[in-house]
Design a protein around this ligand. Structure first.
Ligand code: ADP
Length: 266
């Protein structure tokens, strides 16, 4: 609580007294703390690839350059780390734009099954590379009011994670079904489930995975090219579509991400 004293003057401009103002500033303080934590996290995340680029460049300059094989492998690392830096900065900018509502969403009616079909198609080559079976089951004739590009971004992010965190030969499935409202005036919704037979997420990590930069296993996320920002971006985008997202997962069995979105009449 913050205490402020405000002098009060009367109509004839004589001193009337003092107003005591007690203000609950915990929300403001919490926001400030989150913001400074974010800046600290961002700096830390940026420092890691920069240190790698610098270190390997230094070693090359100090003489490693004379060995063509070492040069090639060090340059590859420098290239990969620069790419990572690029992705990281892209995701940070994206997240900050979405959070400050600077992305005007372009809403229009989207037929879900056609949309899902196209989106899953985009990911098949990547799934095949890991011998992962990618499947889709969606009722047709479901319409959403959505920004198609953003909706695609949500799905691709979740499918990408499903593929990343599932070993070779596993399965990633997308299912969409209408949930009929049980009250007459309640709106109908659609449930989109993205499930995988992957490594799963420990119970203690589940409540935190939508947080910025939160990863269960940093090394694994890094090696699969992750930035730890994907799920925060996804959650924001789902909420901008007036929807919710939740996760259920069991280590060694797999994960299920569930999105619920309002349905519109075509
Ligand atoms: P990243 O870029 O690290 O994948 P995300 O924000 O997309 O970041 O996900 C956060 C963390 O949640 C990941 O680092 C990973 O530990 C975990 N995670 C996300 N999706 C899955 C999944 N389908 N299976 C297992 N773990 C997952």
């Amino acid at each position: 609580l913050e205490l402020n004293l405000v002098p009060v003057f009367q109509k004839d401009r004589t001193f009337g007294g003092v107003l005591l103002v007690l203000q609950d500033v915990s929300a403001i303080r919490r926001l400030e703390r989150m913001r400074s934590e974010f800046v600290a996290n961002v700096s830390h995340e940026l420092k890691t690839p920069i240190a790698a680029v610098k270190g390997f460049a230094e070693t090359l300059l100090a003489g490693a350059m004379d060995d063509p094989e070492i040069s090639r492998s060090f340059l590859q690392i420098i290239y990969d780390e620069s790419e990572r830096l690029n992705r990281l900065i892209g995701d940070i900018l994206e997240l900050s734009k979405i959070e400050s509502r600077r992305v005007p969403l372009q809403f229009s009616p989207v037929e879900l099954s056609a949309f899902l079909h196209n989106t899953v198609q985009v990911m098949t080559a990547e799934a095949e590379r890991k011998s992962i079976m990618l499947s889709l089951k969606a009722e047709s004739g479901i319409f959403l009011e959505a920004d198609e590009d953003r909706l695609r971004q949500i799905l691709i992010n979740l499918l990408q994670n499903g593929i990343n965190y599932t070993p070779e030969g596993g399965r990633v499935a997308v299912e969409a079904t209408v949930r009929h409202a049980n009250a007459p005036d309640a709106a109908e919704t659609v449930i989109i489930r993205i499930s995988d037979t992957g490594i799963g997420i420990p119970k203690k990590d589940l409540p935190r995975i939508f947080e910025r930069f939160y990863r269960v296993d940093k090394a694994r996320s890094r090696s699969s090219g992750g930035t730890g920002l994907g799920l925060s971006i996804v959650k924001h985008l789902v909420e901008l579509h007036k929807g919710t997202i939740s996760v259920d997962s069991h280590p060694g069995t797999g994960s299920v991400f569930t999105i619920e979105l309002p349905v519109i009449q075509p």
